[in-house]
Ligand binder design. Structure first.
Ligand SMILES: Nc1ncnc2c1ncn2[C@@H]1O[C@H](COP(=O)(O)OP(=O)(O)O)[C@@H](O)[C@H]1O
Ligand SMILES: [Mg+2]
Length: 397
């Protein structure tokens, strides 16, 4: 890349839709982007300034990415922290740092560190240490945990899961054994957790600058089905819950050492707020901020990793709805229905350019306005016109 005067380039490990939208946010700032893409069909290939073909598990590929970048950041957490530490030792700026990422890439470490820091998390136990035997180790541990927290329980892969892949609700020891045996084959470490009676799922994004500057977006409600986020609502949560969630997220941000955007996912249950998951990158629960807030999670992530001042995270209206677009059984391409969706007033359509497959997340639609029911209705309508399967229960809650 030619020598330039301005900030950047920003190197991004991964080239999925999050990288795609990071690159989109970089364009008006004239910040060049380089993505590490496994395939030329990856979503961010179309929007990045430059593409380095390669995989996150190869140090050589990471070096190629970093050599053209002022700072390296991420689109996912399927990364090898030892390789990132080597990059850092070579003098490359990695943001968030490998040290901060230890908190986000492994759900067992995440639970342990948050718990130790006094952040409320669901009751959990780490099950799958190497060599643990089902009969003598895991089964009795599960039975005792089930005794204490009542079945069903939740089993989770410590690493590698997303969109509910890697999360299993098990109603008894027999079902748990099936999950354990499959995990054993792939040497996957498992956690067991209490099955939380969730009243609401929430998320808070926090942007953190290198000097510790913090900006939190308003807390949003995230609606999931089968472990997958279907819609995100800003303006629906009771004010005290929203305020408390922001406080929890800020305390997590302070202890995390993160630089960039941090996503904190929480459960609200019986008057408690429990932290479920962290992501140290832009996150699906923050897409609403592209049109719904003064500064989007993507722009503030760039600003943070580049050491630029953070922008205001205030919402631009009392109600914002962001509905995910999914592939249907016919693997219909949503792009074919763009005209229909754009006829919905105020619908901001984002298509990620991914090949349509049933159940695959292909885009999202955001509507901003004064009335929550109205913005939801329009966002769902547009998502449905783009081919998203919509159930009565979901779209018209
Ligand atoms: N302990 C739990 N109790 C009840 N539901 C849970 C629990 N853990 C996860 N879930 C449900 O599964 C979804 C996905 O789990 P999560 O841990 O966030 O994994 P992922 O990495 O797939 O997002 C959550 O959003 C929630 O709906
Ligand atoms: Mg999650």
């Amino acid at each position: 890349m030619a020598q330039r005067d301005g900030p950047g380039p920003v190197g991004i490990v991964g080239a999925g839709q999050l990288a795609r939208m990071l690159c989109e946010a970089a364009s008006p700032l004239d910040v060049p982007t380089v993505v590490l893409a496994e395939a030329m069909t990856d979503a961010a290939v179309a929007t990045a300034t430059e593409v380095v073909p390669g995989v996150p598990g190869s140090f050589e590929d990471l070096v190629s990415l970093a050599s053209g970048a002022a700072v390296v950041t991420f689109d996912h957490e399927q990364v090898d922290l030892a390789l990132l530490r080597r990059l850092e030792a070579d003098g490359k700026a990695v943001r968030p740092s490998a040290e901060a990422l230890t908190l986000a890439v492994n759900k067992a470490t995440m639970r342990e560190r948050l718990d130790r820091a006094g952040v409320a998390v669901p009751a959990y136990e780490v099950l799958g240490h190497k060599g643990a035997s089902w009969q003598d180790g895991v089964r009795p541990a599960l039975e005792a945990f089930g005794e204490a927290h009542r079945w069903p329980l939740v089993l989770k892969a410590a690493r590698g899961g997303y969109d509910g892949r890697g999360v299993w609700v098990v109603s008894d020891v027999g079902a748990a054994e099936g999950v354990w045996r499959r995990a054993e084959e792939t040497s996957t470490v498992l956690l067991v957790e209490e099955h939380v009676a969730i009243e609401e799922e929430l998320a808070v994004q926090v942007a953190v600058g290198p000097s510790g500057e913090l900006k939190a977006w308003p807390a949003v409600e995230t609606v999931q089905r089968d472990g997958v986020c279907r819609e995100v609502l800003c303006g629906s949560l009771p004010e005290p819950v929203a305020r408390a969630a922001v406080e929890v997220a800020l305390s997590v941000a302070r202890m995390s050492g993160v630089v960039g955007t941090l996503a904190v996912e929480l459960f609200s249950s019986a008057g408690r707020l429990l932290v479920n998951e962290l992501a140290m990158r832009p996150h699906n629960s923050g897409h609403w901020s592209i049109e719904g807030a003064v500064t989007s999670q993507f722009e503030n992530h760039l600003r943070a990793v580049l050491g630029l001042p953070l922008g205001s995270t205030e919402a631009l209206g009392p109600a914002v709805a962001s509905v995910n677009v999914f592939g249907n059984q016919a693997a219909d391409n949503p792009a074919h229905h763009l005209g229909d969706a754009l006829s919905v007033s105020g619908a901001h359509v984002h298509l990620y350019g991914k090949a349509p497959r049933p159940g695959r997340k292909l885009g999202h639609v955001t509507v901003v306005g004064d009335d929550l029911a109205e913005v939801r209705r329009r966002a769902w309508r547009a998502a449905e016109l783009l081919g998203t399967p919509v159930t009565e229960e979901l779209g018209r809650r």
